[in-house]
Design a protein around this ligand. Structure first.
Ligand SMILES: *Cc1c(COP(=O)(O)O)cnc(C)c1O
Ligand code: SF4
Length: 330
């Protein structure tokens, strides 16, 4: 078994090429992995360079998170369609506004990969009106809501957008004086490390005197940290003032052990990403095989506190299905 951290063999390639070369349906999966899926209801998307890493280590954490399986069709009745109550929040234009000072902005429904555990597995498809809404309505809403000082780019994954598109959004938002902070929630630096290209660095530099810019990177396991990912983080660190945070999801059989979590948080510390959130898994319809009871999570987290300094630990949180937002544990 390959125990070395996976490496991205496409370091020199353009990230859009890495994105386009991908497995997108059952037939692709069958051809590449020789796996015959019985069911095929959920969307599939795996960039080829990740598919190769999965093939090298078929029992590894990448395979478990990204390879579709028939387990998605068991225990479906316990899972929720909208597990965090997204549809209950106040919506206007492309935003969901729950907390007074900050809101989620949805510029795209596209992701660099489809995670099988995704909490938006059943909703926020391309057809959701939030993605069709003209930007003017969002700008109007933001201008009227002077209590909002932070825009969180969500999705989908905002870093799948081109630098030109991001520049255009940032330009529009920079005309609203009370917007001080821009935060990106993204898995892209892990999946398509080449996305952090020189042009993106320049884009950040262009706006970092106007906004406090934060990138909260979605990473669940130390084995996801390829050399190219670490290089991308270094590029950001050395050239910009951006604050790097992490978000992880606690997932059964992937990172629900002391060792996996300790390795993850130590790694993040090493590459200067501040652990921010550890999400308890949601009860997602089609992803119940990743679920574990809250008592198990609390036990794990309590034990972690004995072994890691407070500043190395994220907040352990649960998104309430009733749309009430996040609850912090411990
Ligand atoms: C999670 C979330 C946020 C961000 O909250 P932070 O605690 O600042 O990370 C904002 N809006 C909504 C609707 C959310 O669910
Ligand atoms: S990157 Fe995030 S939004 Fe996209 S599939 Fe994965 S968990 Fe879902």
């Amino acid at each position: 078994m390959n125990t070395n951290p996976p490496q991205n063999s496409h370091q020199q390639k353009n990230w859009q090429d890495d994105y386009r070369a991908s497995l997108r349906n059952n037939r692709d999966i069958q051809r590449f992995f020789g796996i015959e899926l019985k069911n095929n209801h959920y969307d599939i998307f795996i960039p080829i360079h990740i598919a190769k890493l999965i093939k090298e280590n078929p029992n590894g954490v990448l395979a478990k998170q990204f390879l579709p399986s028939d387990a998605e069709y068991i225990n479906q009745k316990d899972g929720l369609y909208d597990p965090i109550g997204d549809q209950l929040y106040h919506r206007s234009g492309k935003v969901i506004h729950r907390y007074s000072n900050r809101l989620l902005f949805f510029p795209t429904s596209t992701c660099p990969i489809i995670c099988r555990y995704c909490f938006r597995k059943n909703e926020l498809s391309d057809n959701d009106p939030i993605f069709k809404d003209p930007l003017s309505e969002t700008i109007q809403y933001l201008s009227n809501h002077t209590e909002v000082d932070e825009i969180i780019f969500s999705g989908g994954d905002p870093l799948i957008l081109s630098n030109e598109k991001l520049r255009s959004y940032l330009h529009h938002f920079s005309t609203i004086p009370h917007i001080k902070t821009i935060r990106f929630h993204s898995r892209t630096p892990v999946i398509l490390p080449n996305r952090i290209d020189n042009e993106f660095i320049n884009l950040i530099k262009e706006f970092e005197n106007r906004f406090h810019i934060i990138i909260a990177i979605h990473i669940n396991h130390a084995d996801e940290a390829t050399l190219s990912f670490k290089d991308s983080i270094k590029l950001l660190k050395e050239n910009t003032k951006v604050l790097l945070l992490s978000q992880s999801v606690l997932l059964k059989d992937i990172n629900d052990t002391h060792q996996a979590l300790i390795d993850l948080f130590k790694l993040l510390h090493q590459i200067e990403i501040r652990p921010y959130y550890l999400h308890h898994p949601d009860k997602v319809k089609g992803a119940m095989h990743f679920y574990l009871p809250i008592e198990d999570g609390k036990r794990l987290f309590t034990a972690l506190r004995k072994q890691l300094s407070g500043w190395m630990l994220p907040q352990y949180i649960l998104d309430n299905p009733n749309g009430n937002g996040k609850t912090t544990f411990l």
